[in-house]
Write a protein that binds this ligand. Structure first.
Ligand code: ADP
Length: 489
């Protein structure tokens, strides 16, 4: 493709040059003939004119039929090779230029506020403190109060992590530096670290400000997981930068991930991303609020509460898309009011088109409900249908039994399900992973036991007994969560 284009350009240039030189030469001949009659007597001059005129005619035809001619002329391998080399050097030049340019990191001004974020009120509350800190730093500094430097938003895709981070920046009216974790992992060694340095320098220069790193796991993966020098260098630079700026520098770093379990422990240590906010797929209440936000100021004639019920398993982004698709359909049929039929058509598109959401059929919903009910039965905390992960106040000096309880909490869902459905199910792999990691710590970090597998097997057996004895209780909790999508303790 590139070779063809290049060939075309070259031959076109040559043709034009030929025509121009031939015209100049003809002009010169005519001028000389007019000035001196004697030259006319020399026949070779006529020959010269004839040759040049022929050249002009040939070039004219070549220009006119160049496409056909190109098809006849066989591929010139040498030319192609040359063009290939030119292409390669041009691409690598442009890549160099691009990566140099992408080092230029700019902030955006966010015009999103908390009003644009529907539902998730507890998340907003958690982040309001940061907004207040950025708005009134003096209020906090007066009492030497330091705020977390880093906030980690943990949750599946499309639940509003980016939106809420932008809303924090919008509410605080501070510059917002958006970077995706993947953009740091360059093929050029040292570029990722350089970029991190540049990002923090810019954010500090425009402080108070917010740095948002989306998909932070792209750089923040545990250093043991598949060695990649470039990623490690970038992660080390991020850690250095986070340690380097003091709490007074008014730069808040917000990271987003859906895989907290793969993050390097160093990132989660105190002074780095020490505040974690968990987001889940929207609950029934939240779905209602999100849907209402998107149909605000629009005429509608359908049951929005029923739609909220029917969209269990949709993420917030899919709800936004659903309403948008429905509105598109309304416009297509020249309507002015959103109807049930628009919603139904939109639902088909969201379900089968973009596959943005994992809509649950009744069977799958029941599996998830048993999982969460079992979890709620063991942890005795409020649990929602889509909750992944268990928030717990980490004890600084945990006893062995406290660590084992944490393992049980994380195994509860899958063991409850196994007991009730009489076979194991794959639900939240991340919770199993957390359980395994704690068992590993018990053995290798704290040397409390000899084998992590023995711990897991023993605790699984204990859980099985508990569930066998209390299956009625779990069934009741399951019915509650199926009805309300949440179990409140
Ligand atoms: P994430 O960063 O978690 O993948 P985003 O923040 O990019 O998700 O959300 C994608 C889109 O979904 C947003 O641009 C917005 O349109 C919609 N959205 C997500 N959460 C909400 C919410 N709580 N209220 C309103 N819209 C939301």
């Amino acid at each position: 493709m590139f070779n063809n284009d290049n060939n075309n350009l070259n031959s076109e240039k040559n043709m034009k040059l030929m025509i121009i030189s031939a015209s100049v030469l003809v002009g010169l001949f005519i001028y000389t003939m007019i000035k001196s009659d004697s030259v006319m007597q020399n026949g070779s001059y006529f020959l010269g004119i004839g040759f040049i005129l022929a050249l002009m005619v040939v070039s004219f035809y070549i220009q006119k039929y160049k496409n056909k001619i190109q098809k006849i002329i066989p591929d010139n391998k040498f030319q192609n090779k040359l063009d290939e080399n030119i292409k390669q050097s041009e691409t690598s030049n442009s890549e160099n230029i691009q990566s140099e340019q992408s080092i230029t990191i700019e902030a955006i001004t966010s015009n999103i506020t908390f009003d644009d974020v529907a539902g998730i009120s507890s998340i907003k509350e958690e982040l309001e403190e940061i907004v207040d800190f950025l708005n009134n730093p003096k209020k906090y500094k007066k009492y030497d109060v330091v705020l977390p430097k880093g906030v980690l938003l943990v949750g599946p895709p499309g639940v509003g992590k980016t939106l809420i981070a932008r809303a924090v920046a919008g509410e605080a009216d501070v510059p917002f530096f958006y970077q995706s974790g993947a953009s740091f992992v360059h093929i050029y060694v040292g570029m990722g670290a350089k970029r991190v340095k540049e990002l923090f320098a810019k954010a500090k220069a425009t402080a108070p400000s917010i740095i948002f790193i989306d998909e932070i796991d792209a750089i923040g993966k545990s250093r043991g997981m598949g060695s990649n020098d470039e990623r490690e260098a970038t992660l080390n630079e991020l850690l250095t930068q986070m340690d380097g700026f003091d709490a007074q520098s008014d730069v808040i770093v917000i990271g987003a991930t859906n895989k907290i379990e793969v993050l390097d422990e160093a990132l989660l240590r105190a002074g780095r991303f020490d505040r974690r906010v968990f987001l889940t797929l929207p609950s029934l209440q939240d779905r209602t609020k999100i849907l209402k936000l998107y149909v605000k100021n629009k005429n509608m004639n359908f049951d929005i509460d029923k739609l909220a019920l029917d969209t269990s398993g949709f993420n917030s982004a899919a709800l936004a898309t659903l309403i948008n698709e429905a509105l598109l359909n309304m416009i297509k049929r020249s309507g002015t009011s959103l109807l049930e039929e628009d919603i139904n058509i939109a639902k088909q598109k969201v379900q089968f088109g973009k596959k943005q959401s994992n809509i649950l059929c009744a069977d799958q919903k029941e599996i998830l409900a048993i999982y969460q009910a079992s979890k709620a039965f063991i942890i005795k905390q409020t649990v929602s249908l889509f909750d992944e992960g268990i928030s717990s106040d980490d004890c600084l000096y945990p006893s062995k039994s406290q660590l084992e309880q944490k393992i049980k909490n994380n195994l509860a869902g899958s063991i409850g399900l196994e007991v009730i459905k009489k076979e194991p199910y794959a639900v939240f792999e991340s919770e199993m992973q957390v359980a395994q990691n704690i068992a590993k710590d018990i053995v290798y970090k704290y040397k409390m036991e000899r084998s992590e597998n023995d711990i897991i097997i023993r605790l699984k057996e204990e859980l099985k007994v508990q569930f066998l004895e209390n299956s009625n209780e779990v069934h009741k909790l399951k019915d509650t969560i199926l009805k309300d999508e949440t179990i409140v303790f």
